[in-house]
Design a protein around this ligand. Structure first.
Ligand SMILES: NC(=O)C1=CN([C@@H]2O[C@H](COP(=O)(O)OP(=O)(O)OC[C@H]3O[C@@H](n4cnc5c(N)ncnc54)[C@H](OP(=O)(O)O)[C@@H]3O)[C@@H](O)[C@H]2O)C=CC1
Ligand SMILES: CC(C)CCC[C@@H](C)[C@H]1CC[C@H]2[C@@H]3C(=O)C=C4C[C@@H](O)CC[C@]4(C)[C@H]3CC[C@]12C
Length: 278
């Protein structure tokens, strides 16, 4: 009998997404950029989006070098309520269909004590949450037709309360509520569109390391591996991804059986003396 390689031992298994049409948001840097490169190696068709056009141009070029079936971008801000539809329309016009929607972008926030800025929370909800709802709504007809997948990138801070990220954490908890409810409805309604919620711990992207390395004792996990795990979990239509699995898995378990113990250990991971109030 021939041995079947495990998915993890075939990092860029081309069959997984070859020829599939994929939108990646927040693809100009960090985990989104790394997802674009993995998808390119898998020979997918790519539509990338973020605000910075020059960065997107470079990522598209590299995707084509790596073997993408096609690659293009639309630049714009998800703070603009009309932009989600613009992106989905672009996919409709170029491909006439869609297989996977990867929602990954986040607006800028601060890593600090909550300063009472309600306007910031409102703006962040638009960028990090409402635009995800709008993108999914606009893409749903195409996703239904192709029995596609929605991949929602969230965080441990969207499952467990952690300090200094109150506005961000709220937007990530909102994603869990919305998309976990929607998943039920799809199943009840026999809509064959999968929803994968990705719960990530601390990842070594430039922005994350710059924002928190002075105040967090943890070592971040690699963005390249993280990006691949996200794509795999979406392709396998899993309900949730926990990455790194043992860290996130055990914290989520502790949340329900020993919440005070968990909160204390979370706080002990922070060098609070390095958080300067702004
Ligand atoms: N890194 C980490 O430790 C963790 C990350 N995550 C999640 O992973 C995902 C990716 O994070 P990471 O790679 O670190 O983030 P980055 O900051 O590296 O990337 C964020 C992306 O979003 C884009 N973006 C920012 N503002 C807007 C906007 N207003 N409209 C549209 N796009 C925007 C940025 O591009 P541009 O500036 O060009 O618009 C960029 O492409 C996020 O959902 C995050 O919550 C979860 C847990 C931990
Ligand atoms: C108890 C410990 C074992 C684990 C604690 C985990 C903490 C350290 C992890 C879990 C989720 C992480 C945040 C996150 O999701 C996304 C971002 C956005 C980025 O631009 C800036 C960094 C930030 C705020 C991360 C900061 C570190 C967080 C709070």
């Amino acid at each position: 009998m021939q041995a079947v390689p495990a998915l993890s031992s075939a990092p860029s298994s081309p069959e997984m997404l070859r020829g599939k049409r994929v939108i990646v948001t927040g693809a100009s840097s960090g985990i989104g950029e790394q997802m674009a490169y993995h998808l390119a190696r898998m020979e997918a068709h790519l539509l990338l989006t973020a605000r910075r056009e020059a960065k997107l141009q470079k990522v598209v070029e590299r995707c084509l070098e790596l073997g993408a079936a096609s690659a293009s971008y639309v630049s714009g801000s998800m703070e603009d309520t009309t932009f989600p539809e613009v992106v989905v329309k672009e996919a409709e016009n170029t491909w006439g269909g869609l297989d996977m929607l990867i929602l990954n972008h986040i607006g800028h926030s601060f890593f600090n004590y909550f300063n009472g800025d309600v306007g910031h929370v409102r703006k962040l909800l638009e960028t990090n949450f409402l635009s995800y709802v709008a993108m999914t709504t606009a893409a749903l007809p195409m996703l239904k037709e192709n029995e596609g997948s929605v991949v929602v990138v969230s965080s441990m801070a969207g499952k467990i309360g952690t300090p200094f990220v109150a506005p961000y954490s709220a937007t990530k908890f909102a994603l869990d509520g919305f998309f976990s409810s929607l998943r039920h409805e799809f199943i009840i309604d026999k809509v064959n569109v999968s929803i994968t919620l990705c719960i990530l711990g601390y990842i070594d992207t430039e922005n994350a390391v710059r924002a928190v390395s002075h105040a967090i004792r943890d070592t971040p996990a690699p963005k390249e591996e993280c990006a691949l795990e996200i794509i795999k979990s979406g392709a396998l239509r899993q309900r949730e991804l926990h990455y790194p699995s043992w860290v996130v898995g055990s914290l989520v378990l502790l949340r329900d059986i020993a919440p005070d113990f968990l909160d204390r250990s979370i706080r002990s991971n922070y060098k609070v003396e390095n958080i300067k109030r702004t």
